[in-house]
Design a protein around this ligand. Sequence first.
Ligand SMILES: Nc1ccn([C@@H]2O[C@H](COP(=O)(O)O)[C@@H](O)[C@H]2O)c(=O)n1
Ligand SMILES: C[C@@]1(CO)OP(=O)(O)OP(=O)(O)OC[C@H]1O
Length: 163
Amino acid sequence: MKIGIGYDVHKLVNDRKLIVGGVDIPFEKGLAGHSDSDVLIHAIMDSILGPLGLGDIGTLFPDTDQKFKDIDSMVLLKEVKNKLKERSIKIGNIDCVIMAQRPKMAPHIKKMRMNIANVLCIDESQITIKATTTEGLGFIGREEGIAAQAVSLFYCQNNAELV
Ligand SMILES: Nc1ccn([C@@H]2O[C@H](COP(=O)(O)O)[C@@H](O)[C@H]2O)c(=O)n1
Ligand SMILES: C[C@@]1(CO)OP(=O)(O)OP(=O)(O)OC[C@H]1O
């Protein structure tokens, strides 16, 4: 078994869509970045790449490459999932937390779990997502940005080795 952790932060700005967990959430601001800036999917990808010994999303998908400009992070997640498949590594479960003062994430969590389960070819019960404010404190509390964290557990089939 192996465990992985991923963490990401993106800045909230005007004139950007707010995409979290593949859901387009109605809000007056969106997340800035090179891709669609889906902070939750980025944290999940890093939690997978770590135990694979493949670095992080910046290593695999550099933000200097125009190929990734405004890319749908779900497309990147599919690529990361393929790296697990190539190695016969299965996902046990992924547990996540989104840190956002606003907007409310709770109404969108079911759809996020469906989206992620579909791309990763896992059951929805294997991906869990919570949300929290930071009680008005810090950059999240001031609504300057949104953060996400993911912890993933993996197991190998046929004694396949992880790095
Ligand atoms: N962006 C968010 C933040 C929180 N929630 C939900 O509200 C509950 C209370 O949040 P606290 O920070 O006061 O603990 C939390 O448990 C979430 O269910 C949310 O939906 N979106
Ligand atoms: C995803 C990538 C690539 O488009 O760009 P960003 O959307 O800026 O996201 P970040 O979390 O900084 O991670 C890595 C990037 O290379």
